[in-house]
Design a protein around this ligand. Structure first.
Ligand SMILES: [Cu+2]
Length: 370
């Protein structure tokens, strides 16, 4: 292969730089040589709702950011009753971990399908361009691995999911195989006037709809393997009514000891993805100060939203500065889904109460008679 570097060296030696280069190196070869010269960074992923450390404003030029994920098929408990689903996961978590890069970086993923799995898997990156979002180039059997690189040309939060073909696609997705890539603008997030926006903390909430079959008595059924659960699960899926709608892979995965933390005055970026079904995030007692409802940062954020809409197959981002302490429920504001099916998380916020914003003027007591 004749690279741009070789072409430049050869042309410079011959003293004809510029005259021969365009015809001697194809655009693809030029790009490959350019990419080979970029700095590389290896990033270790962390399980949601946490996100790996990253710069909000890129300190250098484009680079190649390397990630590795293992697909793990495993049973997961999805509610407090001990209901078990035969899950399929990226890196063992539902949702899969968030990968953060900057616009014009190259994201390079090594995807591993261990021999202990039973099925082929792949990855479709909504952030990428071409080849089924990488799905066509990443289909691997148990015992195989593959490496895919794509250029992050558009800024925003984007879903990734498994898409191994036909009826396997929705089944793998509703079994847990989705996650998010965040492509930050190189100069960071901005408000509607182009002024910089920063966050003190970031949380990634992946919402999932699960379809667990029931036995004739109405109890959730348990299966030995994903394959055993397939036929019954597809029947429930076709009814389009989920048995569970949860954040972070299980009912109450983000409440109690696992509630997300913040302090009064801190600004939190909340990224919310749903790979399969529409949802409507809402902070009870708070707002979205700046919301990229469609999740794409080239568009100005909406302001002061009460509830926002995240389309199935996309991710949205909301920036909120907490102004009061307390426990905030963060819900899908279909309240049946929030309370009955599981789509509720908590933020525990420390700090001083502001009476100017809210005050109980008279405590509850008997109805006054005059
Ligand atoms: Cu899969």
């Amino acid at each position: 292969m004749f690279t741009r570097r070789q072409a430049l060296l050869g042309a410079a030696a011959a003293g004809v730089l510029g005259a021969t280069l365009p015809r001697m190196a194809s655009a693809a070869q030029v790009a490959e040589a350019d990419i080979a010269g970029l700095p590389r960074e290896k990033v270790a992923l962390v399980a949601p709702p946490f996100v790996h450390a990253h710069e909000q404003v890129a300190s250098g030029g484009p680079k190649v950011v390397e990630f590795t994920m293992h697909v793990l098929e495993k049973p997961v408990v999805i509610d407090g009753d001990g209901t078990v689903m035969q899950g399929m996961t990226f890196n063992g978590s539902i949702p899969g971990p968030m990968m953060v890069v900057h616009q014009d970086d190259y994201l390079e993923l090594t995807l591993v399908n261990p021999a202990t799995n039973s099925m082929p898997h792949n990855i479709d990156f909504h952030a990428s361009t071409g080849g089924l979002g990488g799905g066509a180039l990443t289909l691997i059997n148990p015992g195989e691995q593959v490496k895919l690189r794509f250029r992050a040309t558009r800024a925003g939060v984007f879903v990734y999911h498994c898409a191994p073909g036909g009826p396997m696609i929705p089944w793998h997705v509703v079994s847990g195989m989705s996650g998010t890539v965040m492509v930050l603008p190189r100069d960071g997030l901005k408000d509607e006037n182009g002024r910089p926006l920063r966050y003190d903390r970031i949380y990634y909430i992946g919402e999932n709809d699960f379809y667990v079959p029931r036995d004739k008595d109405g109890n959730f059924k348990k299966y030995e393997t994903p394959g055993d659960s397939y036929a019954d699960t597809v029947e429930v899926m076709r009814g389009l009514i989920p048995t569970h709608v949860v954040f972070n892979g299980a009912k109450d995965a983000l409440t109690g000891d696992n509630a997300m933390k913040a302090k009064v005055g801190e600004t939190v970026l909340i990224v919310h993805s749903q790979a399969n079904r529409d949802t409507r995030p809402h902070i009870i007692g708070g707002h979205g100060d700046y919301v990229w409802e469609q999740g794409k940062f080239a568009n100005p954020p909406a302001k002061d939203l009460e509830t926002w809409f995240v389309r199935g197959g996309s991710a949205g981002a909301a920036l909120y500065t907490f102004r009061q302490p307390g426990i905030y429920a963060y819900v899908n504001h279909n309240l049946i889904e929030a309370v009955e099916l599981g789509a509720t998380a908590h933020f525990v916020v420390e700090g001083g109460w502001n009476d100017n914003l809210m005050k109980q003027v008279v405590a509850p007591g008997p109805i006054a008679t005059y």
